[in-house]
Design a protein around this ligand. Structure first.
Ligand code: NAP
Ligand code: MG
Length: 403
């Protein structure tokens, strides 16, 4: 069979540890035999990031802006232990943070559902995609531990020297205060990415804040979303039969639990942090969560939501067998290849991505899975496979599906 041809390269961001091993296996077993893969390769492995003073991360993000679609392997975010382990020149910043700020993107996380892995919330039938605003609020706060009685004020000084001043609290004794901020630009980018992704995936978009209590701060989020929806997306949503729905965060939580799923839930930074962990856990497993970074211009970077699976990598280095789940990383590839196919009008590439995803799901539903999946699956006699054999089983299913 002739391999599928591509016209525009994918930006390929290689990564670290166990996921780097899986990366190679996925390409060799599942992509290269079927697709004449065209990529512009960037090695974001920590060793190479260190050698290039992290320039490779910046270059890969710029390439993503240029070509429009990237696929990324999980990467190590260095901490003190990693600085020692890799003899780093510096404690380099999180690659995801660097890429996100260059693309000005929003991260959308969604679970991959398979029969036999039942969400804790019984009525969830379809994935819930969480979009988390990744700038500001409590993550860029300024805090003071108030030592004793005194007045706390909020002061804004304009460039011309004029002031806006509000009393926060007249303290009678010790306490605490916190200053947080966000910018209109960042909220607009977030809103644009959310509406674009809803149109792209033809799903309803929910957005929630606490605007009844936070009448200026949260209300601004609500107003910006509404304005962008009314001016740019209302017609498109109507055409697609999808809905934009705003509600209070506490009401949203209640509705999400009662829902069937099948929508995007846009959250402010803190809400997204908390809710994405809740939703991921309720759906079963971090190794079954996909993640895509979408820029307000409509540039896409696909990856798995999990990390580099360090513990498995050390086993692998010792020559021990591993049973690491590659599904979320495979879905990063299929997401990117499908998007490339859509943009370039290559139907075969989209069909390939669809079939490979089906093969992943069917393999697990047929009872062949990795260790971690077997622990949460209702399958009575699962066949537990090692990392490579699992990928090979997916390949066998893929080939069967084609016949
Ligand atoms: P992790 O790599 O997600 O792994 C945590 C644990 O979850 C693993 O030890 C494993 O549990 C389980 N797990 C995760 N993915 C799995 C998979 N595909 N198959 C089977 N089990 C899986 O998180 P971490 O250990 O906290 O972080 C390791 C490194 O990843 C860190 O250096 C961190 O900076 C980086 N990281 C990168 C990204 C990213 O690039 N997007 C995201 C998060 C973390 P068991 O050990 O019990 O089997
Ligand atoms: Mg968190």
């Amino acid at each position: 069979m002739a391999k599928i041809q591509m016209t525009t390269p994918l930006v390929e961001m290689d990564g670290d540890e166990m996921t780097r091993i899986l990366w190679g296996m996925i390409k060799e077993e599942l992509i290269n035999p079927y697709v004449d893969l065209k990529t512009e390769y960037y090695d974001l492995g920590l060793k190479h990031r260190n050698e290039t003073d992290d320039q490779v991360t910046i270059d890969s993000a710029n390439a993503t802006n240029k070509y429009g679609v990237a696929v990324k392997c999980a990467t190590i975010t260095p901490n003190a232990a990693r600085v020692k382990e890799y003899d780093l020149k510096e404690m380099w910043k999180s690659p995801n943070g660097t890429i996100r700020s260059i693309l000005d993107g929003t991260v959308f996380r969604a679970p991959i559902l398979v029969k036999g892995i039942v969400p804790y919330v019984a009525n969830w039938k379809k994935p819930i995609t969480i979009a988390r605003h990744a700038y500001g609020d409590v993550y860029k706060n300024v805090e003071i531990k108030v030592p004793g009685a005194g007045k706390a004020e909020l002061v804004y000084t304009a460039e011309d020297g004029s002031e806006i001043r509000e009393t926060i609290h007249q303290f009678k004794g010790p306490g605490i205060i916190q200053g947080i901020h966000n910018t209109e630009d960042s909220i607009r980018s977030f809103a644009q990415a959310c509406f674009k992704y809803a149109v792209d995936t033809k799903q309803d978009l929910w957005f929630s804040t606490k605007d009844t209590i936070s009448k200026k701060y949260d209300h601004t989020f609500k107003d910006i979303f509404q304005e962008i929806y009314d001016n740019e997306y209302a017609g498109k949503f109507k055409e697609l039969g999808i809905e934009y729905f705003y509600t209070l965060i506490d009401d949203a939580v209640a509705r999400v639990i009662r829902s069937e799923g099948g929508f995007i839930w846009a959250c402010k930074n803190y809400d997204g942090d908390v809710m994405s962990d809740m939703v991921a856990t309720a759906y079963g497993d971090l190794s079954m969560m996909t993640s895509v970074l979408v820029s307000p211009k409509g540039v896409y970077e696909y990856e798995a939501a999990h990390g580099t699976v360090q513990r498995h990598y050390y086993k692998h280095l010792k020559g021990e067998e591993t049973s690491t789940n590659s599904i979320a990383t495979i879905f990063a590839w299929t997401g990117a290849l499908r998007k490339r196919g859509e943009i370039d009008g290559i139907k075969e590439l989209c069909a390939f991505a669809d079939r490979l995803e089906k093969a992943c799901i069917k393999t697990v539903e047929d009872g062949k899975m990795t260790k971690s999946l077997s622990l949460i699956s209702t399958c009575s006699e699962p066949v537990i496979l090692n990392s490579l054999d699992f990928i090979r089983a997916i390949r066998a299913t893929f080939d069967e599906l084609g016949e």
